[in-house]
Design a protein around this ligand. Sequence first.
Ligand code: GLY
Length: 562
Amino acid sequence: MKRNPRAAFVAFLSVQLLLSIGSAQAGPAPGQAGIASAHPLATQAGYEMLAAGGNAFDAAIAVSAVLGVVEPYSSGLGGGAFWLLHLADEQRDVFVDAREVAPGAATPDMYLDADGVPVPGASFNGPLAAGIPGQAAGLAHLAEHYGRLPLAQLFAPAIRIAEEGFPVHRRLLLGLGFRRKTADRWPAFGAVYYPDGEIPEIGDTLRQPDLARTLRRLVSQGIGDFYTGELARLLVEGNRAGGGIWSLEDFAAYRVIEREPIGFFYRGVRIISAPLPSSGGIVIANTLNILDGYELDAVDSVTRKHLIIEAMRRAYRDRAEFLADGDFVDVPVARLLDKTYAAGQRTSIRIDRATPSDMLADIEPATGEGAHTTHFSVLDADGNRVAGTMTINSWYGSAFMAPGTGLLLNNEMDDFAVKPKVPNSFDLIGSVANAVAPGKRPLSSMSPTFLESGRGIAILGTPGGSRIISMVLLASLEWMRGGSAEEMVSLRRYHHQYLPDELSYETGALTDEEVAALEARGHNVRESRRPFGNMNVVTWDFGSGKVETATDPRAKIEGRVY
Ligand code: GLY
């Protein structure tokens, strides 16, 4: 009988899981839970739900809704989300895909002029840049299938904060600086975020009455209103009046998809991460499979970094060539996850020399994806978990608000490949596989991830565009070396994404000596002026029973942020 490789792999995973985490505990010590998010008000809303008898999934809904209010530049009902769930009762992981989809009238050349040249900003600014939002449907899906509390209770903190306002913080202002020019073109956006035409001051109270009304409406009418009711009409009319191509049919057709996560083992640690249409899980698996051939802890720090960079280079190269929405194109997922494939990739790595990216097999490149996004992690006292990463793509998404809704529309269409050989604003390239098509989901890098071993569990993720994947990878390696949640979020980060062929690093990630040694091996090293990411981690240590939460020091709401 022919062996089914997928079934064999699943069986392998199950046995490995039992071996690696032994008698997995049902949950942390009684009363212990952990939530880490990018804003204290969101974290607080999550804890309120747990205190009210809700589970991790209820907490995740409340956290998601509040983040859309207090970080309107990162995520919201006008965008999309991935939530990776662990159901403790069933010992099962589920990936909830609420990614935006391209509207039915989208075409592969919709962002090109008559000469086939990309129109600057067309996939980035305004209504034409927006995919059909999935977050609202995703929250409804979580509430209906996994939560315990009613939507009125779950949305109450978000409604209250949208109505009563919250103190303006520095991150909010930096995004407004970035969006100043585009705001003038779309008055509904400017009216909320630039009161009296000015950027507000830190500590001012920001109220979002239209957003509060929309949230209230979803509670009273049900989330169906977003896709087939009055809200759908307002969104479509607003989008079209601004020059977009959305239709009511697009909204009626939107579906949340439950997918099987990517699961694999690296040196006794089980890693569960995002499947297509995210590139995250596949790229992390491929990178670690390549690294599995080396004793990373036995080599000097320069060689360790060199090997990690060379593995990233190869995995990101394959991302560029192959990865896209697997419901639309044939992606060789099994090959990319195969350890033998990784062994082949390893043969081209030299310990003493960087491989110039143009010496790897060429691809038919196109564009990639952007960076304004948010991540949170939740663990409840029963051991249920959520790693949620949500986005409207770049700062304030498309900077277009559908009038009367308070909802900022995403610019996720920029995550598609608008034209071969044209890198996007984050220098990421892709292939024709990721071309625009009606109903297709743009390739993402969002990588909500769980790590499981005999030591315990980590729940992690971060915003950061193409760097999300390398950040999750470095934090995972840190945890595998015994690092704490705090060490995972504080770790200085470096990154290579194949093209551009450069090793970028945050100040402090490499010493001067390491820079010199990596340059001597042929790496093109560049220090980045900006910190990378905003990671939020929850860990649970089986030995001590301790649950630890950690938020990224780079982006404290009070204090220095980028
Ligand atoms: N828009 C960011 C991502 O999905 O990766």
